[in-house]
Design a protein around this ligand. Sequence first.
Ligand SMILES: Cc1cc2nc3c(=O)[nH]c(=O)nc-3n(C[C@H](O)[C@H](O)[C@H](O)COP(=O)(O)OP(=O)(O)OC[C@H]3O[C@@H](n4cnc5c(N)ncnc54)[C@H](O)[C@@H]3O)c2cc1C
Length: 374
Amino acid sequence: MSSRLEVLVVGAGIAGLATAIALHREGMSVDVIERSPKSRAGGAGLFLPGNSVRALTALGLGKHLGELGVPVPGQRLLDHRGRVLADIDMAELWKGTADCVGITRSDLHAALQDIMPVPVGHGVTVVSLRHADDGMYDHGVHVEFSDGGSGHYDVVVGADGIRSNLRESVDPAAGTRRLGQFCWRFLTDAPDIDRWTVWLGPGTAFLAYPVGGGRVCCYADVATASPEDPTTTTGLLGLFSDYDQRVRDLLGTPAALDAYSSPVEEVSSRAWARGRLVLVGDAAHASSPNMAQGVAMAVEDALVLAEVLGAGGDTERLLQQYVQRRLPRTRWVQRQTHRRDRTRSMPSAARNIAFRYGAKALYERGYAPLRVLP
Ligand SMILES: Cc1cc2nc3c(=O)[nH]c(=O)nc-3n(C[C@H](O)[C@H](O)[C@H](O)COP(=O)(O)OP(=O)(O)OC[C@H]3O[C@@H](n4cnc5c(N)ncnc54)[C@H](O)[C@@H]3O)c2cc1C
């Protein structure tokens, strides 16, 4: 157990909540602030591959996942007309790690809050941060908050998501990069869809996977260089008009009209820690969702950070150790997402053949290193 480090976590998304839980369990004193005035888990669903479920279980959420989520034993790849290209046995792929799970974002958020050991300070953000080497304190970071308060911490963790403000103080050169896609997601009823199922069209893709209670999370995307919603004139259904009837039915449900939408972006940074400031989750390494590794990487960050700081020693060195341990794995995930994205620019016929004969190997190669403990 470490000496009792005082830690501020900025942001109460999945990464921030997981970090607070993991650090508190290591005996640290944790404050958490969240910019939004109340708890909100926007978005639709989450597919959690085996390493994600393993990390969440290590955090203490095994029972919650069993009750709130649904096992997703397979992934099916189809062409846009509904012809099967490949069936991946996810139970086999993640054997010995954990079963894959589908869950709504709001359920996962509620589960994390259920085991949160400290309250979240909502409606508060950081106004200024100063490394306290000015003689006033021996070490640490002096923080001023938007509600007029202030605090002094041994470590400040930036868990403030893809548009992180803290990242500016850690790695000013890093930023977000658009990946050439625009996406939509929504929840709707579809009890017949019992596995992760993707329909692949020319320049577009549509995905649905179960999240429990007979509902599915639907995700649609289109290749486009523009950050603007390309469906303002055609509507989402217009973009998928030549797709399989099942896709058009799902896009015809009322929920599709209120879909969350955004360009797909990533963050690439190699400097996640400076002095006593450190980044976790999307703030450090947001990726394209095509590997569904966002939650896994965020929760693994939390567990590794807690383990490293918990061992005790020079805090700044420990934070650099955390970065060195996490960087290769998150870079690997990003490289795999780029690789998957490259299949989008292939002519459909060639891509279909590649998936028909190569999908299993692609999955095995992409996920195998993630079966190893972080
Ligand atoms: C379309 C899409 C689909 C995805 N699908 C999956 C999936 O199926 N499976 C999966 O594992 N991952 C998926 N992901 C990724 C996953 O959602 C994230 O990686 C994960 O939620 C971790 O997010 P985070 O906590 O780091 O950031 P966020 O969820 O963005 O949380 C950041 C929090 O910080 C708060 N905040 C921001 N700035 C400040 C500030 N200055 N002060 C205080 N608080 C602040 C925000 O309000 C927010 O609550 C998907 C992502 C996208 C975009």
